[in-house]
Design a protein around this ligand. Structure first.
Ligand SMILES: [Zn+2]
Length: 149
């Protein structure tokens, strides 16, 4: 997969930023075979965005006729100017959950996350350890919501 390059510019509208998500999803899918771990998760729906969400993202699972369908949810704040790296990292993180649906952040998941980190150069981990712009924004958001609760 190609190296990260920030393509969000000040001139871009929110809609234009949203439009980058599906191509990004398909780029990950296209490059999946580089990981040599088998097929891209099958029952995965295209990511959707949530506003006022307290997490970066999540992978929601639903059982339908004995098939588990995964829906990735991404926090809308990941569309802010300097958050594109976190957007990509979050999307990959959640796809790994769809690939290993019953693992949470267990050993298998962590091993895979390490592999992706090594192969693609995006740091995939259980939690965001780096102090990225998205982390600061999320912290601020959580603090603010606590003030009203
Ligand atoms: Zn996770």
């Amino acid at each position: 997969m190609k190296k990260f390059e920030n393509t969000f510019t000040n001139e871009m509208t929110i809609e234009e930023r949203i439009e980058t998500i599906h191509p990004l999803f398909f780029e990950i899918k296209r490059n999946w075979r580089e990981l040599k771990i088998g097929k891209f998760p099958r029952n995965i729906k295209l990511p959707i965005l949530l506003k006022d969400y307290y997490k970066y993202g999540s992978c929601r699972r639903k059982n339908k006729n004995e098939i588990t369908i995964c829906r990735i949810v991404l926090n809308k704040l990941l569309l802010e100017n300097d958050c594109q790296y976190d957007l990509i990292v979050t999307l990959i993180h959640e796809i790994l959950h769809a690939y290993l649906p019953n693992e949470e952040h267990g050993e298998k998941w962590q091993k895979l996350a390490k592999k992706v980190t090594k192969k693609w150069g995006y740091t995939i981990s259980k939690t965001n350890k780096e102090n990225t712009p998205a982390k600061k924004l999320l912290r601020k958001k959580r603090k603010k919501s606590n003030e009203y609760n």
